[in-house]
Ligand binder design. Structure first.
Ligand SMILES: CC(C)(COP(=O)(O)OP(=O)(O)OC[C@H]1O[C@@H](n2cnc3c(N)ncnc32)[C@H](O)[C@@H]1OP(=O)(O)O)[C@@H](O)C(=O)NCCC(=O)NCCS
Length: 152
């Protein structure tokens, strides 16, 4: 089940990000890991500008995604799925919900980005029919960033 995030979800969301990103990630820049696992206070302030959705199985939170709107487009941000819930279509449901939300919000384009070193995220966007929109090299904390786009 996919829902809009409410303020009550914040502690569980931050715990999920922590589980996903606080496992050892050799070579991933510390700045990336810090931004990827916000504190409840940091996440609360992000919610000001971003529409978040969560996936649940009963009461258990399985995954999160955000839609950040700017200049007529929707940027998909902060996507993460709990390790035990992967390869079951959770991210697929979250991304499709986000694209649908972008369409209802009259966004002209939806885009996403993933570090080159995250092949699973890149495979996901290919799988969902996003087009590759290029690579910026050493763009974020010296890491290559791959861009994807689709039109809702
Ligand atoms: C990337 C991520 C969100 C995928 O979540 P998920 O719920 O497992 O994805 P889905 O089950 O919806 O996968 C859909 C398709 O994406 C592709 N895919 C997803 N994970 C993959 C992997 N580890 N290896 C190869 N392909 C993968 C496959 O084509 C998959 O379809 P299939 O299972 O029928 O083969 C998850 O691995 C994750 O949270 N990773 C860490 C955080 C991260 O990288 N976030 C994205 C930052 S941009």
């Amino acid at each position: 089940m996919i829902d809009r995030v409410s303020h009550e979800d914040i502690p569980e969301i931050c715990a999920l990000y922590k589980r996903v990103w606080e496992v050892p990630h050799p070579g991933i820049p510390a700045e990336f890991l810090k931004a990827a696992a916000p504190t409840p206070l940091e996440f609360t302030s992000r919610m000001e500008g971003v529409t978040y959705f969560v996936a649940r199985d009963g009461k258990r939170l399985l995954g999160v995604i955000g839609c950040s709107f700017s200049e007529g487009n929707c940027h998909l941000v902060d996507l993460a799925v709990d390790v035990e819930a992967r390869r079951k279509g959770v991210a697929t449901s979250l991304v499709l919900t986000a694209v649908d939300w972008a369409r209802k919000s009259h966004a002209n384009a939806v885009w996403a980005d993933a570090l080159g070193r995250f092949p699973e995220a890149r495979a996901l966007f290919h799988h969902l029919g996003f087009a590759s929109a290029g690579v910026l090299h050493r763009h974020r904390w010296n890491e290559d960033v791959h861009f994807y786009e689709t039109f809702p």
